[in-house]
Design a protein. Structure first.
Length: 562
């Protein structure tokens, strides 16, 4: 338009600019999607999952599964018995600090390998070619164990919370009834993941709001309504050893208070678990190489801060520590709510928590099914589960596999007093072992990692951070296999080392007996045998035909360092 001219159609130019902006955004989105697909192709993966999530949804998948209200509420009694307020408060800070090392190492790996397989796929890519398939096999089965146990802990905890609320109004809970409630919860999760896949985005956003704003509001309400708030001294110096049962002394006397403190960090460590969900959802996330690692880091950081606020609000609102520990209502958090809100208010608050836990369990099944689908895609699980329903773009068979396995893991609760805490220990150990195997490989195969490093990385700090993460996971693996109650008998036995040992033994024996003959690892990947200069064809992948031993070179332009 000439200078000084009057624009008589300003709306035309406005619409033109909007149209141009829309075209630019569409082009940018298409370019990002092509980069995502190229990166997966370079890893030998042909994803059938619909890519429609951004950073918020990816963050939400991990934030919802971590779900501070779930872990803290369901394990609050365990925390009070294993060290009391002091260990719960200091333990949260300790665990949050060291878990950030694990999350940071995981984030830079997922930036390099943004696939729904997650840890087992990372191990395969980072390990030397000779050990690639074995590393993937071991990592995948520990991740599978942890994923199933996390779902068990979440949904079985919800069943217990529902039973506790109902008991206020005359319901008489039993182990068999709780299992029935648990089964109904799992089935509902399976149905939503099967038929309501389009609702998952809505549930995800709703969960983010409930787990953040809702939980924050609940914490403020508890603090505001508490008749008396405990001082910092009454929180940070209040140690309790309730690990002795049936008149026996606790582990504080039989061993030491340090022993009690170590097993007492389970509450915090179990809560801040499951953040690999951002990796498992990466094939459904735009610009996954940048978005998924941010999802991991932000989910852990936000959960650490928000969880500490919620935990401190509960600890500060305890009116009488002995009465809260030995409460008659079946849950110390419910006792705190009753002291602060009275019966109707406490029921409403617990109902809100039930909704949060339900959503947490829902997305746990979602993440589990993606991992199982990816693992079956590589033939580490039966190929029957390598199926995506065309109408919903959801791995429906893997969804129901996750449901069935989670139900089976809870069956020991019918005859064990520590089944729930054992399930949480199994979840924690299984997942963190699967996290740390690729982190350990990344630590010792540093040059190999640099060749495929993604756009999000730690630079020179990568190796020291990985070393701290490796040492810390070794520590918690030992701690959570220790006995939790004294004396040790059939009902108080911590069967965590049994479950973890069975998976470890099966993984190793199955590999040497039969799996090594046919399992070749993720259908990728011969980076060590390929050129590594930018722009060069670098990837070897297995053809999708029946002959899995036939390998062909495919000319995929290297995009791993873009």
């Amino acid at each position: 338009m000439p200078a000084g001219a009057i624009d008589v159609h300003p709306e035309k130019h406005h619409h033109q600019h909007a149209y141009d902006d829309g075209q630019a955004k569409t082009a940018s989105g298409m370019e990002a999607q092509m980069q995502d697909q190229d990166r997966l192709a370079a890893l030998g993966v042909n994803s059938e999952l619909k890519r429609g999530w951004g950073l918020l949804e990816n963050f939400g998948s991990s934030f919802s599964i971590i779900s501070v209200v779930t872990g803290i509420t369901t394990l609050f009694a365990t925390g009070l018995a294993s060290g009391g307020p002091a260990v719960m408060a200091f333990g949260w800070i300790f665990v949050s600090f060291f878990t950030m090392f694990v999350a940071a190492s995981m984030a830079e790996i997922v930036s390099a390998v943004p696939t729904s397989g997650g840890p087992y796929h990372w191990s395969a890519l980072l390990a030397p070619p000779k050990y690639s398939a074995f590393a993937a096999w071991c990592t995948g089965y520990f991740n599978l164990l942890g994923q199933v146990a996390v779902t068990t802990g979440i949904s079985f905890g919800l069943a217990g919370v529902i039973s506790t609320i109902a008991a206020l109004h005359g319901y008489v809970p039993s182990a068999a009834k709780t299992i029935g409630i648990y089964a109904a919860i799992l089935v509902s999760h399976g149905i939503i993941n099967t038929f309501g896949i389009r609702l998952l985005g809505f549930f995800n956003r709703a969960s983010i709001v409930l787990q953040s704003v809702g939980v924050g509001g609940l914490a403020i309400a508890v603090l505001a309504k508490a008749p008396r708030l405990r001082s910092g001294r009454e929180i940070f110096l209040a140690f309790n050893d309730g690990t002795g049962v049936d008149g026996a002394v606790g582990w504080g006397q039989r061993a030491s208070n340090a022993y009690v403190a170590c097993i007492g960090i389970l509450l915090a460590q179990y809560t801040i678990t499951g953040f690999d969900a951002s990796a498992h959802m990466s094939e459904e996330t735009h610009s996954a190489a940048r978005t998924a690692p941010l999802g991991v880091i932000t989910a852990v950081g936000a959960s650490a801060l928000w969880g500490f606020f919620y935990l401190m609000s509960l600890l500060a609102s305890i009116q009488n520590l002995e009465d809260t520990i030995g409460n008659e209502v079946g849950n110390p958090v419910l006792k705190i709510f009753l002291d602060c809100f009275g019966d109707p208010g406490a029921t409403i608050a617990f109902a809100f928590i039930c909704v949060c836990i339900f959503l947490c369990g829902l997305f746990s099944i979602t993440a589990n099914s993606r991992m199982m689908y990816a693992f079956s895609r590589e033939r580490a699980l039966p190929g029957f589960f390598d199926h995506v329903e065309s109408r919903s773009s959801s791995p429906v068979r893997a969804v129901w596999l996750a449901v069935v396995l989670a139900f089976c893991l809870a069956l020991p609760s019918l005859g064990s007093a520590v089944a729930f805490s054992a399930a949480t220990s199994i979840a924690t150990i299984g997942l963190y072992i699967s996290y740390v195997i690729p982190i350990g490989i990344r630590l010792f195969a540093h040059k190999r990692f640099l060749e495929i490093r993604g756009p999000w990385h730690l630079g020179a700090a990568g190796r020291p951070v990985a070393a701290v993460a490796l040492a810390y996971v070794g520590f918690i693996t030992v701690v959570f296999c220790l006995p939790q109650l004294n004396p040790i008998d059939r009902e108080t036995l911590n069967y965590t080392p049994v479950a973890v040992g069975i998976i470890g033994l099966y993984t190793i024996l199955s590999w040497f007996l039969f799996a090594r003959r046919w399992y070749k690892g993720p259908r990728l990947i011969a980076l060590a045998e390929a050129a590594l200069e930018p722009g060069m064809p670098v990837i070897a992948q297995l053809e999708s035909g029946d002959d899995k031993d036939k390998v062909t070179k495919v000319g995929v332009e290297r995009v791993l360092t873009q």
